[in-house]
Write a protein that binds this ligand. Sequence first.
Ligand SMILES: [Zn+2]
Length: 165
Amino acid sequence: MTLLASLPRIEEHRVSVVFDCPKCHAAAVRGTAYNLRETIRVSERVPMWGWSSHWVRCSECNAELQADCDPSDFKGASPATVNNRVHAYFSFPKRFLAIAGLAFSWAPVVGLLVAIAAVVANLRTAGWPRVVSIIGLVLTTIYNAVVFGSIAYWTVTVARPLAAL
Ligand SMILES: [Zn+2]
């Protein structure tokens, strides 16, 4: 019995929609709403864990945008309705970096480097990853300033008189 690492992409329930693409900013562009079914299988016949997510693919730029409802809800929906339920998808590395920047903000030097990388990666990303990465950078800057500031303070005020003795 081998665990198949491959995730077969199965697109289900395709529905044609008209919307304004948040990625390429094309107005009233055609798109395809679909459910993406991904399954981790224990063997060819035994699925272990499956989930499905909702997406809309832009016909103009081929971007895959996250939808927060089932494609069937888009049947006969107005572009405004579709626009409200479709969001630009943040790639995993960007989301990961943004969260890592915040999670490692307590780590001297490393936290600062991760936070800078996160801010750079998310500079052109609109939405929460950019906000989170900036918060991470601010926190880690303060933290690093306090840590190295106190090291410098103790070196000057405590270590020096001790060395002089
Ligand atoms: Zn597009």
